[in-house]
Write a protein that binds this ligand. Structure first.
Ligand SMILES: [Zn+2]
Ligand SMILES: [Zn+2]
Length: 131
């Protein structure tokens, strides 16, 4: 008893199929995937055009500076693991066409972690100023 998973109906109203995952039948689950692919901004950065653009920015940086990371909250340092990322993160700006900055992979992830938190800080600061 209790081991058998009871099949539940698809959560889309009027759909006669049984749910397979995310509470939806296979067809409706696939539809949800397509919808998320369209609406998630970070997916923009996965297009090959965007990847080529980033590779170009990194190559250009290398020609000028060599294997050198400008550093984010750390001193500039040597690194061959360079990546190009958006100055304004795609999550904030909502599109993937903004200017790119070159950082090493670890500085880049530090910057991303920071920009996710900083949105809250900015809001708090504004509250203090206006009240
Ligand atoms: Zn369905
Ligand atoms: Zn770095």
């Amino acid at each position: 008893m209790g081991n058998r998973v009871t099949a539940r109906p698809c959560r889309i109203a009027g759909c006669p199929e049984l749910a397979e995952r995310v509470g939806r039948c296979p067809a409706h689950a696939a539809e949800l995937d397509r919808h998320q692919r369209r609406t998630t901004p970070t997916k923009v950065t996965r297009t090959s055009a965007e990847q080529r653009r980033r590779a170009r920015v990194v190559a250009q940086h290398r020609r000028v500076h060599g294997d050198w990371c400008p550093g984010f909250e750390v001193e500039a340092h040597q690194s061959s693991d360079l990546t190009a990322d958006h100055v304004v993160s795609v999550a904030d700006a909502g599109h993937g066409r903004g200017p790119l900055a070159v950082l090493c992979r670890s500085c880049n992830s530090r910057k991303n972690a920071r920009s996710q938190h900083s949105t809250d800080d900015v809001d708090n600061d504004l509250d203090e100023v206006t009240s």
